[in-house]
Each structure stands twice: as structure tokens, then as C-alpha cells.
Design a binder for this molecule. Structure first.
Ligand code: KIV
Ligand code: NA
Length: 265
């Protein structure tokens, strides 16, 4: 078993040590990322874009997630392994439980991540009750881009911000172990952090989270298409891929990343 566990992440939150998370999709990069000191490695369904060349995460299948998870798992000695439940692999309790079984038993995942707000709390509860460590990903949920009509900042305005806070409380009460928020203004993310006891990992959500996550290709300057505003090319200022990942780890640990320029009003 790998050395970082859920208790390590809880302790880091309690100590105020920023949790560093990053995606990886294969063995070679998993080793680099693990050795650079990343605490949580995510096999994200962003692999639909960066590995497969799709325009979004909707086409990614459970079998593809399981394959990449197996590859990454072999490369990790230290980091905690979080894996996304891909679109429609979690449409009800039973589907989510069967998908989590594949990712944990065949893949070697330590935790599954589900794009869920309060409406999906019963599914989070079913996973938790069955013993599956769960990260609930809300705010912007990229699998919902079809319904949203585009990728945009969430929780804007008092009512929407209150809804995001209600999501956080409901998901925590349902048994989520970690929360992850995407594309929220820094003040709204700070309120989410204060709303529960759970470690909060942010992406495009400002510096007032317990941890940060980015997509590996974005920090290496090889985003297919336009790089997101909330990311940063760490390879440009470092000489090698391992040094770039170490630069990201160091920047998050020292609260130098994200800066105000990576956030949303
Ligand atoms: O799929 C992914 O890479 C993600 C994050 C970047 C949070 O869900
Ligand atoms: Na994802």
C-alpha cells in the first residue's frame, strides 16, 4: 500500500499544509509525479481530451478509466490514487457501486471522484455506506457541459453561492470524504472551505482551499488548445519535466500558486 492515506490528507488540512494534487494517466508520468512529492494523483476523465483527443469528457468509458488507472497504480509508491467515475457510469446507486468496484478492485484506486451536487447526495451516500472513499466534485462539473451550455464560473451571485454552500454541506452529510471545487471565485471557495470539516481541493477556485489540482499537460505547456486561465506552465521556467512537477509542488506548498491572476472575480 502507498504511504499517503485519507488520514494523511485530513492531518494536512488540520496542520495547514497545502495538499498538492495533479493528474497522471500512465506509468512513466505517474512515477515522475509521485517522486516529485505530489500527494494525490488523479486519473481524471480529462484523459478524454489529453490522451484521446476528444473535445470533452463525455465519451470516456469505465474500461478506459480502469486501463489508465492500472497503468498509473504501478507507478505510485507514495501518492494517494483518486480516479474519476466517467459520465453515466454513476447514474444511480447500483451503477456507481459497480463502477467503483471496477476502479478499486481491478484498477487499484484508493478513492473515486464523482461529479455530484446535492441532487446526487444519495449516490454519494450509497458509495460511502459500501465503504468506498469518495471525493465529491462540484461547482463546475465538466461532464454536465451539455446542460450548462459551456464551461463557466459557478456560484456567481448570492443565490448561486448559497446553493454551492448547500451542496457542500449536503455532500459532507452524505459521507463524502474529500470535496473538490472547480471554477468558483476565491471568496465563494473560502466559504465552501469553512462550511465543512472536509479537505477541500480547488481548481480555478483561488488560494483559500486546503489543496490544489491541475492537469499534467497544462503544467507542462502542452494543453491541446487554449490553456485554462487557472493553470500555469511550470515547464517554461524549469529545465525538465521532473523539475516542472517539483516546481508546481513547491509553488502550491508555499502558497505561491495560485495567484490572483489565475482566479475569477
Ligand atoms: O478530469 C480531471 O482532470 C479533473 C480535474 C482537473 C479536477 O476532474
Ligand atoms: Na474529471
Amino acid at each position: 500500500t502507498r504511504s499517503i492515506s485519507l488520514s494523511t490528507l485530513r492531518r494536512m488540512k488540520a496542520d495547514g499544509t497545502p495538499i498538492v494534487a495533479l493528474t497522471a494517466y500512465d506509468y512513466s508520468f505517474a512515477r515522475v509525479v509521485d517522486r516529485a512529492g505530489v500527494d494525490v494523483v488523479l486519473v481524471g476523465d480529462s484523459l478524454g481530451m489529453v490522451m484521446q483527443g476528444h473535445g470533452g469528457t463525455v465519451p470516456v468509458t469505465l474500461e478506459e478509466m480502469a486501463y489508465h488507472t492500472r497503468c498509473v497504480a504501478r507507478g505510485l509508491e507514495r501518492a494517494y490514487l483518486m480516479v474519476d467515475l466517467p459520465f453515466l457510469s454513476d447514474y444511480d446507486d447500483r451503477a456507481a457501486l459497480e463502477s467503483a468496484a471496477v476502479l478499486m478492485k481491478e484498477g487499484g484506486a484508493d478513492m473515486v471522484k464523482i461529479e455530484a451536487n446535492a441532487a446526487q447526495a444519495p449516490i454519494v451516500e450509497a458509495l460511502s455506506r459500501a465503504g468506498v472513499p469518495v471525493c465529491a466534485h462540484f461547482g463546475l462539473r465538466p461532464q454536465r457541459v451539455g446542460q450548462l451550455g459551456g464551461y463557466r464560473v459557478q456560484g456567481r451571485g448570492d443565490e448561486a453561492a448559497e446553493q454551492v454552500l448547500a451542496d457542500a454541506r449536503t455532500l459532507a452529510a452524505a459521507g463524502a470524504d474529500v470535496l473538490l471545487v472547480e471554477c468558483l471565485s476565491a471568496p465563494v471557495a473560502a466559504r465552501v472551505r469553512a462550511a465543512t470539516e472536509l479537505p477541500l481541493i480547488g481548481i480555478g477556485a483561488g488560494v483559500d482551499c486546503d489543496g490544489q489540482i491541475l492537469v499534467l499537460q497544462d503544467i507542462l505547456g502542452i494543453t491541446p488548445g487554449r490553456p485554462p486561465k487557472f493553470s500555469h506552465d511550470f515547464l517554461a521556467e524549469q529545465g525538465s519535466i521532473p523539475a516542472a512537477v517539483e516546481g508546481y509542488v513547491e509553488a502550491v506548498r508555499s502558497h505561491r500558486f495560485p495567484g490572483p491572476e489565475h482566479g475569477f472575480e
